[in-house]
Design a protein around this ligand. Sequence first.
Ligand code: MTE
Ligand code: MO
Length: 450
Amino acid sequence: DKGERLIRLSEIHEHGRNAEKFWVFKGDRVYDITDWVPNHPGGEVILRAAGGDIGVYWDIFTIHNKQEVYDILEQYFIGRFDPQDLVGGKPPSEHVDDPFSTDPDRDKALIVRSSRPMNAETPASALQTYLTPVNAFYVRNHLWVPDLANGEGYRLTVEMIDGEEKQYSMKDLRAKFKQHTITATLQCSEWTGVRSRDVLVDAGLDVVNLDEDIQHAQFAGAEAYGASIPIDKAIDPRGDVLLAYEMNGQSLPRDHGFPLRVLVPGHVAARSVKWVNKITMSGEESTSQWQQRDYKCFGPNEGSNPDWDSAPAIQEMPVQSAITNIRRVPQDRLNNSRLAQVYGLEEDAIVLEGYAFSGGGREIVRVDVSADDGRTWQQAQLIESNEKGAKAWSWKQWRIALPRREAMNYFCVKAVEESYNTQPETFEAHYNFRGNLSSGWHRVPVPEST
Ligand code: MTE
Ligand code: MO
């Protein structure tokens, strides 16, 4: 195209991560991405590419290979690569180390949604047990898994509001503080470690006369992730915030934060920072993308460009429930089963199973199930569990048997927690473009085969 600015490679190199403006190229097109950096869903990690070829990073972070991402980049077009700098008609290739090359191997049972970064779901079959097995536990990484060898060189730094710092090795944490185990749902697992409260007190925090300037505990992960929680939660002896080094009684796997992660029970899992290497007492929330942007919620009408700053970061989770299993039990197999007795069934039945959960340690007190699209309801049996921790940090599993002939189009479930909060009837009513906190009644079509 005539009239397009031609840009020398040396000029692009001058707009690296320490410059005022950040330039990148892709193919022979050059972009000034300065204004995009604060909006980048992956945070400031994008600055790795500043001053060079962003294409090689997209080959690594393959999540970018889609039209909406190309469209965003195009908005920042400033000119073309000067033909003087082309080699064989192409921009010179640049080599970057692939940070994902040392990611751990994963269990084949996981349902992989993206592999770089790794995002993988627990298969429904692994949700039947109360404690989800470690190998089937969902993985949610925003970046790569940091390679921290055997954890021996690992240090946790705690910074007070006056800048005073104290460091802990894994040995220090294990030797110095009382060990605690809690059962908590990210989906669901048991977590062992030491209390953040104990470490903060040891590092010099006066929890009795708390400095009013301290409002948040910020956590930094060893790759580049970060998030924060209100200080009250971090120091509440019954808040059970752990610096965890074990999961279901075994050492944390690398994907889940080896050697140390924060575990903030009752809060959105985004605050449970993995590979945590720094805790900072602060008047402010974490400035990370994941605190300021992604994990917030909006009204159905607010569209995809909402007022991010006025919405609070998601912390405690709302009440939610789901159906995970549906099976038909013919009358002759009901015999005198306890479920059949509880529900007074003497005919073909459908047994439904699932879970219910609420944040903030608020216990699930009731689970209502409907076989007729939400017209009439019955209460499911809540299954007892031996959960550990000061409050109800973990899901409740439930089970119900219903007469088969009552099944209409949909099975529905909704849960009620101890503050009598319950779930909205429809997803439409609280749809938001982030898709966050979608806690409407879970509806599952009545399967043909039942
Ligand atoms: N911590 C770091 N350092 N990096 C991350 O990408 N992802 C967060 C949180 N902590 C993340 C992190 C999010 S959004 C979730 S849902 C949980 O980790 C997932 O934990 P899991 O992978 O152990 O299931
Ligand atoms: Mo998450």
